[in-house]
Design a protein around this ligand. Structure first.
Ligand SMILES: [Fe+2]
Ligand SMILES: [Fe+2]
Length: 380
């Protein structure tokens, strides 16, 4: 792609050309991330391997001590037939009290988790850290496999819970998972470990918030089994967030200019949710409808997106980065990232004002996941 970054905003170009030039000045060129694939940048990860061994790998929980789906669900072998049926009845009886919107959020979260094959392939696309053999002994490769093994329990336990709840059209849910794995995901700068670890740090915090809110609401609705399940998942996500935030924090420490420019690159293009390509074969806008319900129900909202960014800016000390340790592009990146939460906040306030001035028309969409029942997704 041509380097448009040198074209000034005061360029005499007009119309589409000017708009493209302005966008490039604002966002940097799309292929700027390629410089992160140069040997000098990738060698950082070889040097960091002993550090990862001491600071990242220990954040995994071995199978012997980690919770397993069976710990959180009725088990026929240990309960016997009568006990098992009573426990299954209890699950469906409590699930009967869950609002449809809550179920939609839960299914959306479960479908997202079930597309794990796609997520295991994410860090295996990052140069310098990927698992080159499938059973590599490097700290990075063992982390990737251990993390994937922990993630595997999330979709598993939610899938079994929803199966037992009797509230969802499992075939439609399974079809959505099938489609999502087949479609893959949208991710910028996918081969750069700098950009990739930033993306995953953001995502782990987002999932932790989303599962945490689902747990809290489930408890309010009287479904203690579901609250325990989502709480256990949220705790895992928090630990994963810690690992990825730690890795990126280390990059900020040893290469602040590279790290802050990668962060700005990702934020300028927005962090797209990993399940954005989901489809059930019926609703052409399924992800947008699910996201709107999650926003409405307070499970994952625009202010969560902003608060995650604020948190990461603090964690990585972005505001404190000294001008002397940054290039011109690095300084621009730092200033852009630090001003972004305020920009998002202003947009939130404007949207809030608009909805306060004029009642928003009620909108809803039917979800095949819950037998085509419509669920309210009015924004406001
Ligand atoms: Fe997960
Ligand atoms: Fe996770």
């Amino acid at each position: 792609m041509a380097d448009m970054s040198m074209i000034s905003k005061r360029s005499p170009r007009t119309g589409r050309g000017a708009a493209v030039a302005a966008r490039h000045e604002e966002e940097g060129t799309d292929d700027e991330w390629l410089m992160y694939l140069e040997p000098a940048k990738l060698e950082v990860f070889d040097h960091l391997e002993p550090w990862a061994e001491a600071n990242v790998v220990p954040l995994l929980k071995p199978a012997e001590v980690a919770w397993q789906p069976t710990d959180l669900l009725p088990d026929l072998a240990s309960l016997g037939a009568d006990g098992f049926h009573a426990a299954c009845f209890d699950i469906s009886a409590r699930a009967a009290g869950l609002p449809d919107a809550h179920l939609v959020c839960l299914v959306g979260n479960m479908v997202t988790e079930e597309a794990l094959p796609t997520y295991q392939s994410i860090p295996n696309r990052f140069e310098a850290v990927r698992d080159l053999t499938g059973s590599s002994g490097t700290a990075w490769a063992r982390w990737i496999r251990g993390w994937s093994a922990e993630e595997n329990r999330h979709g598993d336990v939610l899938n079994k819970y929803l199966f037992l709840s009797g509230r969802v059209d499992m075939r439609q849910v399974e079809r959505t998972i099938h489609n999502l794995i087949q479609s893959g995901m949208v991710m910028n700068a996918a081969r750069s470990p700098y950009h990739g670890f930033i993306y995953v740090a953001f995502q782990e915090r987002a999932t932790s918030i989303s599962h945490g809110n689902t747990a809290r609401r489930a408890k309010e609705y009287g479904d203690v089994a579901l609250a325990r399940i989502c709480g256990a998942i949220a705790a895992d996500e928090k630990r994963h967030e810690l690992a990825y935030t730690r890795i990126v924090g280390k990059l900020f420490e040893i290469d602040p200019d590279g790290a802050v420019r990668a962060l700005a690159y990702m934020m300028r293009r927005r962090i797209v949710m990993p399940a954005s390509l989901m489809t059930d074969g019926r609703d052409g806008d399924l992800f947008a409808h699910y996201a709107a319900v999650a926003q409405q129900a307070g499970i994952y909202t625009a202010s969560d997106y902003r608060s995650i960014l604020e948190h990461l800016i603090k964690q990585w000390g972005v505001e404190e980065l000294a001008a002397a340790e940054l290039s011109d592009d690095g300084r621009r990146a730092r200033d852009y990232v630090c001003a972004l939460p305020q920009k998002i906040r202003r947009l939130e306030e404007k949207a809030h004002e608009r909805s306060g001035q004029k009642a928003q028309p009620a909108t809803s969409a039917p979800f095949s996941w819950i037998f085509d029942k419509p669920v309210n997704n009015t924004m406001g």
